[in-house]
Ligand binder design. Structure first.
Ligand SMILES: *[C@@H]1O[C@H](CO)[C@@H](O)[C@H](O)[C@H]1NC(C)=O
Ligand SMILES: [Cu+2]
Length: 498
């Protein structure tokens, strides 16, 4: 028989007949607008505009992008979508590859369906399930859209407008200082490459951002339908609260693994842990304190892959950097990049669940560092989904004692969310809270910070006064076009004096 919405249909035909006669109450959730319009909300929301034209260029045929010193190639893959190669900043290579590896989700609950749910979206094809982006909503006005072609091995497919590229304000000046004799502010901008994949019930949005100072970030957001369970009071909310008439939202964890194959000025790179430790010290100029606590650094290099599986340090008290010890900056420091943990860098809570026994080892620590090998291209495989105990790629096998000092290093990082379901997941999960990110930032890469050459900056120099005795700000000839109407408060003259 068929049971739907507590009504029993003796046969499939009976169910079909009831459906055709419109007797089935459809409980499908939709997000339709309802409720009173908020004050002033009948107006268009603010948006990003390129008032002076585009500042980036793309070669669509070659998947190539240039943006204010950044240069990189991309490809598009059925399993994981967009992948980045040969990422350079100011003509120096930062990474050989940056790419998503898999997006998984593990559920829990007091029934076989919820308890056994362990999705690996590479199986369904994150690239193949990517969707056409919605203009003005998924991406700002005037964004550049790409329609990549990919193959599943038997045929090739082209999807319309699956990738968008746009430049946006980062919302804060990237540096500023105000002083009596001299003040400055420098604009913060970034180029974003965005992909959205709708894999079954979930919509994942990934942003790869390239900032004007040489920083890169990866952001993951999620929306779509939460996987629900029939609400049972006896469950006592242990696997999620009641979130609708008959539904409990099911507790689950999302993990998305990324490969960052660093090549900082060549392939010989070293991973350094810089730990902040507190020790009791004495100093002759503080006799009244005797022994007192003070912090300082302790340095440890990752010697071999045996130490390659790493946590996110508690209280942020260890910094992870990758540098090339043979390439020093002007101050004698190895030129490197820092891995800055962001929001929600979570991994799977269970190490031994049968549903991800060996198939998702990449998702069982925050971060992993291995030596590049051509036989270790990816941390997962499309068919890992089907063989949790004997998967095609068993990630922890990559960690077999190989040396890591001045070697070709690959960092495998996880973004994710423990989804503490809530009634606000209905009708669709909010992208705002379902957000995870990570940053790769220059660390002694330059002799100085990387935005000193930007002309999108303003400098007030006390000595540079006009005939009225007011400081003339230096703006390097960069400003909004004539047609853009400014308000009196946007006037730059007189700001230094007030
Ligand atoms: C420093 O010394 C004090 C007093 O003996 C002790 O309580 C404290 O735990 C010490 N701190 C460290 C970091 O060893
Ligand atoms: Cu979720």
């Amino acid at each position: 028989m068929v049971v739907y919405n507590l009504a029993v249909y003796e046969t499939v035909d009976a169910f079909r007949k009831a459906y055709e006669e419109g007797k089935i109450v459809n409980t499908f959730l939709r997000k339709d607008r309802f409720g009173a319009v908020r004050s002033l909300e009948d107006r268009l929301a603010p948006t990003v505009l390129e008032l002076d034209g585009k500042r980036y260029s793309v070669d669509t045929d070659n998947g190539y992008v240039e943006y204010l010193g950044w240069k990189f190639y991309t490809r598009f893959d059925r399993d994981v979508g967009i992948q980045f190669y040969d990422i350079k900043f100011k003509d120096e290579r930062i990474m050989y590859e940056l790419s998503l590896q898999d997006a998984i989700a593990q559920y829990a609950g007091h029934n076989p369906f919820q308890a056994g749910t362990a999705y690996m979206d590479r199986f369904y094809g994150i690239g193949a399930q990517s969707s056409r982006l919605i203009p003005c909503h998924d991406c700002p006005y005037h964004a550049t859209y790409w329609s990549p072609t990919f193959t599943d091995g038997t045929s090739s497919t082209t999807f319309n407008n699956m990738i968008c590229i746009f430049e946006t304000d980062i919302g804060v000046p990237i540096t500023r200082h105000v002083d009596r004799s001299y003040s400055q502010a420098t604009k913060g901008s970034k180029l974003v490459v965005r992909q959205v994949a709708t894999v079954g019930n979930y919509d994942y949005l990934w942003d790869y951002s390239f900032y004007v100072d040489g920083t890169m970030t990866v952001d993951a957001h999620a929306s779509g339908y939460v996987q629900g369970n029939y609400f049972r009071p006896d469950d006592e909310g242990k696997w999620g609260p009641r979130i609708a008439e008959t539904i409990a939202g099911t507790l689950h964890t999302h993990v998305m693994n990324f490969k960052a194959d660093f090549d900082l000025l060549g392939t010989d790179n070293t991973f350094l842990k810089t730990e902040i430790v507190v020790k009791n010290v004495t100093q002759p100029w503080f006799p009244e304190h005797g022994e007192f606590e003070m912090m300082g650094y302790e340095f440890t290099e990752l010697e071999t892959e045996d130490d390659g599986l790493l946590p996110i340090p508690a209280n942020g008290q260890t910094m992870y950097t990758i540098s090339n010890k043979d390439k020093l900056n002007k101050w004698g420091m190895p030129r490197g990049y820092r891995i800055v943990p962001g929001l929600s860098n979570v991994h799977l809570p269970s190490m031994k669940s049968p549903f991800f026994l060996k198939s998702a080892e990449f998702a069982k620590q925050a971060l992993a560092v291995s030596r590049h090998k051509d036989t270790e291209q990816a941390s997962s495989a499309a068919l890992n989904q089907n063989a949790p105990a004997a998967p095609l790629v068993e990630f922890w096998k990559f960690f077999d004692g190989e040396p890591l000092v001045q070697e070709d290093l690959v960092v495998w990082v996880n973004l994710g969310m423990h989804h503490y379901t809530r009634s606000e997941d209905i009708p669709n999960t909010l992208m705002l809270e379902a957000h995870s990110n990570i940053m790769f930032a220059p660390q002694n890469w330059g002799d100085t910070e990387g935005t000193v050459d930007l002309t999108n900056s303003i400098i007030y120099n006390e000595d540079n006064v006009n005939s009225d005795g007011i400081v003339e700000p230096e703006t390097y000839g960069v400003g909004p076009p004539e047609c853009f109407v400014l308000s009196p408060e946007d006037e730059l003259l007189g700001v230094f004096e007030s």
